[in-house]
Design a binder for this molecule. Structure first.
Ligand SMILES: O=C(O)CCC(=O)C(=O)O
Ligand SMILES: [Fe+2]
Length: 594
């Protein structure tokens, strides 16, 4: 192990060569490669353009917060951790290990590891390949290129940790500040950090120092569940703003200018900040206005657009919202590209098929003819629609042609190989070749221009990104507040529900009691009425009997009368008959006598 202290150039920066042996490197890489990688579309952090592994905790790049505790650091890192602690390189044992893989052409953009979330020491071990790490002072822009040899450990503390951004280029060959050329290979780095908070403390909209608020670091892991009170952050921002105003006032009065203690050959800063100032990465109070200007938004949009476009001689401005359209001066900066027939990008997709990544672009020309192009890792293809069929011309590395004819749904019909077979389609091949040439030329120029724009506007883009992150953060705070509000409402609702339940129970009991009372009353009434009814019936029955008696008497009377009348009539008749009989007898007597 050999220590190189870069403190004179970059305060707090230390490099330890041969921190691990090549045997240890081989064994660690073997273990790492057995594990699951994420990035390049694979969760978590699928948006990362390089593969990563995380241990100890899971940090989300998109949300800029720790999502989950994963457990202790892995076995393969134990020796390294032990060595870190033995050499007093970190105040506390690291609880987060980030493994980054950089294949050829991959790097990392300038950044400062989130000060609010990670502790005061950031350590990175370089395995398999050396690289050059660029350190850029956040205020002065002063840069230093540091060579990170294979098997070395870089230690970022103090200013190197908080006041510089670090980055790694995508270059295949790099040059360190001492002129050493570095031929890059697959590099795997192990970054050891201590997570001190799961997420940055909340900010308030009224604060014009939002970026520094989100970076302020006093929300410790121990109190992660009870995040630092908001007013604390606000107070510090107010203090900060007040101190800036005070200094500006003083400056006006004395006519003197305050120069940053850490300025190194860059533009002197008008505000003096001590190196222990937590807000060291703040911009002056007037900056936020500048940072959110539409011009910067459009540069951001152009950058993004350019990095996505790999062909086409015009940005489809009309399709961009006005806010994002480049100004005339920005347009003038665009390098003209050899004309392609294509007028507008129709669609852009990236297909991940196993290890092959294909970038596909469909174009549409004036006559609405569709043409597509795809760039793969080891071959290039150009497709042209012809009478509803697609001709794909693949130009392989060996410059062999392969034509595929497929219908709209990509069912392959014919495949022709090499130059001879495709002679019948010369015109098509020529068109494809020239188009492809233009395409590659355009792509190269666009990439150059992208780099150029990135250099010119890199800081602004970073700031835009930070603003975006800040906005997302504010939205999340807002959402959290909404969630709390919803929770309150739900609680109130639950209370209401339980009150309603109580009320219903009370109501049910009262109803039951009332019903029972009613039932009793009803029973009493029923029995009362029944008795009354019985009485009535009895009375009615007795009346009826009396009436019947009378009626019977009458009938009897009538019958007696009739019998009497019949008797009378029979008596009369009998008397008549007797008289008649007597007369007849008398007559007979006389007859006899005579
Ligand atoms: O790869 C490296 O050495 C540095 C990685 C790094 O800076 C990071 O992941 O924040
Ligand atoms: Fe970093």
């Amino acid at each position: 192990m050999h220590r190189i202290d870069y403190g004179d150039e970059i305060p707090g920066l230390l490099l330890i060569q041969n921190f691990v042996t090549s045997e240890e490197e081989t064994s660690m890489i073997k273990d790492i490669d057995k594990n699951q990688w994420c990035g390049l579309g694979i969760s978590p952090n699928p948006e990362l353009k390089r593969r990563t592994q995380q241990y100890g905790h899971l940090f989300s790049y998109r949300y800029r917060k720790v999502l989950e505790e994963l457990g202790p650091l892995p076995e393969f890192s134990r020796t390294v951790v032990k060595r870190i602690m033995e050499n007093d390189l970190m105040p506390n044992t690291p609880n987060h290990l980030l493994v980054n893989e950089y294949n050829l052409g991959q790097g990392i953009m300038p950044h400062t590891d989130a000060p609010a979330l990670f502790g005061p020491a950031i350590l990175s071990l370089s395995l398999l390949s050396a690289c050059v790490m660029k350190f850029t002072h956040v205020e002065t822009g002063h840069t230093v290129d540091i060579l990170l040899p294979r098997l070395s450990m870089v230690v970022m503390r103090g200013d190197s940790r908080y006041k510089y951004k670090h980055s790694i280029s995508k270059d295949h060959i790099e040059t360190a500040s001492d002129g050493t050329a570095v031929h890059r290979n697959r590099r795997v780095s192990l970054t050891f950090r201590e997570i001190v908070a799961w997420e940055a403390p909340p900010t308030e909209n009224t604060c014009n120092l939002t970026s520094c608020c989100s970076n302020a670091s006093s929300n410790t892991l121990r109190n992660k569940t009870e995040a630092r009170p908001h007013r604390d952050v606000k107070k510090r921002c107010q203090q900060h703003t007040a101190s800036i105003q005070q200094q500006e006032q003083l400056q006006k009065q004395t006519g003197s200018s305050y120069t940053s203690r850490n300025t190194r050959g860059g533009t002197p800063h008008s505000i003096n900040r001590s190196s222990s100032d937590t807000f060291s990465s703040c911009s002056p109070a007037s900056d936020p206005k500048k940072l959110s200007s539409p011009a910067n938004n459009s540069i951001n949009a152009i950058n993004e657009r350019i990095s996505r476009l790999s062909m086409g001689n015009q940005l489809p401005n009309s399709k961009l919202p006005r806010r994002l359209q480049p100004s005339q001066s920005q347009q003038a900066r665009l390098i003209p590209i050899p004309p392609l027939q294509a007028r507008a990008t129709k669609s852009e997709t990236t297909i991940n098929k196993g290890k092959n990544i294909t970038r596909c672009i469909s174009l549409q020309d004036e006559a609405k003819t569709m043409a597509g192009a795809a760039i793969e890792i080891d071959r290039q293809c150009l497709r042209k629609q012809n009478n509803g069929n697609f001709h794909s011309i693949w130009i392989t590395r060996k410059n062999h042609h392969k034509i595929k004819e497929s219908d709209k749904v990509h069912n392959e019909k014919n495949i022709y190989y090499d130059n001879q077979t495709i002679s019948g389609n010369d015109h098509l091949v020529e068109a494809a070749q020239s188009r492809l040439k233009n395409l590659l030329l355009a792509q190269e120029r666009q990439l150059d221009m992208h780099e150029q724009l990135k250099q010119t506007f890199g800081d602004i883009v970073d700031q835009e990104e930070e603003n975006g992150t800040e906005l997302i953060h504010q939205l999340r705070v807002h959402l959290d507040q909404q969630a709390l509000h919803i929770q309150d409402l739900e609680r109130a609702l639950a209370l209401e529900r339980s009150r309603k339940g109580d009320f219903r129970r009370k109501f049910e009991t009262e109803k039951q009691a009332l019903l029972e009372q009613q039932q009793e009353k009803f029973d009493a009434l029923k029995s009362k009425y029944r008795t009354g009814l019985e009485l009535i019936v009895d009375r009615w029955l007795s009346n009826e009997a009396a009436e019947q008696e009378i009626w019977m008497d009458q009938i009897r009377q009538q019958a007696d009368d009739r019998v009497a009348r019949v008797e009378e009539r029979w008596m009369e008749r009998a008397a008549d008959l007797q008289a008649e009989l007597r007369q007849y007898r008398d007559q007979n007597f006389r007859n006899i006598i005579e």
